[in-house]
Design a protein around this ligand. Structure first.
Ligand code: BG6
Ligand code: MG
Length: 219
């Protein structure tokens, strides 16, 4: 097998279903401020950093807050989110991911994490897959949020694989745009009508068979 490809996985919504807990925590924050956020608005928050998410949300609610209040709101959202995911374990891995990671490991195909989350490492640890990744690039390592390609370009560099030879699995519009801007192959996981800019689309990872992975890494 041609092993010159590298794989980069987003975390939230690809490896683990934390996307719904981000939504619930943001929604509670909005509700406490006196407004609501819809599922459609939440789509725009997927893949987006904590600070940018809060900016969007306050904008939707027509709220302006002082800098220290902004910091407080981010901290309380994160506390709420961490409580919601506190008991996460191996059983919370999304269907299909384990099989793919095992296949990549067995075939020496290197893979990295490319996530906007600052909570990525403890989450991977809880899921007991942290050690499987050759590189982990998360929200603590970047200065520019998705759709900027920075997170994926750093991941490619850490894998030692040129961006063109990298394949990204993403569930967010911002993440697909980031992968495309990085000149990587983008695989959208979720609604293909939303992730229409992706090179390939799957409803979830369980839909992907190993033949597809084999084919795409041998191209
Ligand atoms: C992304 C999520 O992976 O990480 C976003 O899709 C989230 O919803 C972002 O806001 C930042 O995550 P965290 O854990 O640092 O607040
Ligand atoms: Mg995601």
């Amino acid at each position: 097998m041609n092993n010159s490809k590298g794989i980069i996985f987003d975390l939230d919504g690809v490896i683990v279903d934390t996307a719904k807990f981000h939504y619930l925590a943001w929604r509670k924050l909005a509700n406490d401020l006196g407004f609501d956020i819809s599922i459609e608005q939440n789509e725009q928050l997927k893949g987006v950093s904590r600070v940018h998410s809060l900016k969007y949300i306050l904008g939707w609610g027509n709220k302006t807050v002082a800098e220290d209040r902004f910091e407080q709101l981010m901290a309380s959202k994160n506390e709420d989110y961490l409580q919601r995911i506190a008991h996460m374990n191996e059983e919370d891995l999304l269907p299909g991911i384990k099989k793919i990671l095992d296949y990549l490991t067995e075939n020496n195909i290197p893979f990295a994490l490319g996530s906007a989350s600052k909570n990525a490492r403890p989450i991977l640890r809880g899921l007991q897959i942290e050690d499987k990744f050759k590189a982990i690039v998360d929200g603590n390592d970047v200065t520019k949020a998705k759709p900027d390609p920075e997170v994926f370009l750093i991941a490619a560099e850490k894998l030692g694989i040129p961006p063109k030879e990298c394949i990204v699995f993403e569930d967010s519009v911002a993440g697909i745009q980031a992968a495309n801007r990085a000149d990587m192959i983008s695989i959208g996981i979720g609604d293909k009508n939303i992730l229409k800019e992706a090179d390939y689309n799957f409803a979830d990872l369980a839909e992907i068979d190993l033949e597809f992975i084999k084919k795409i890494v041998s191209k």
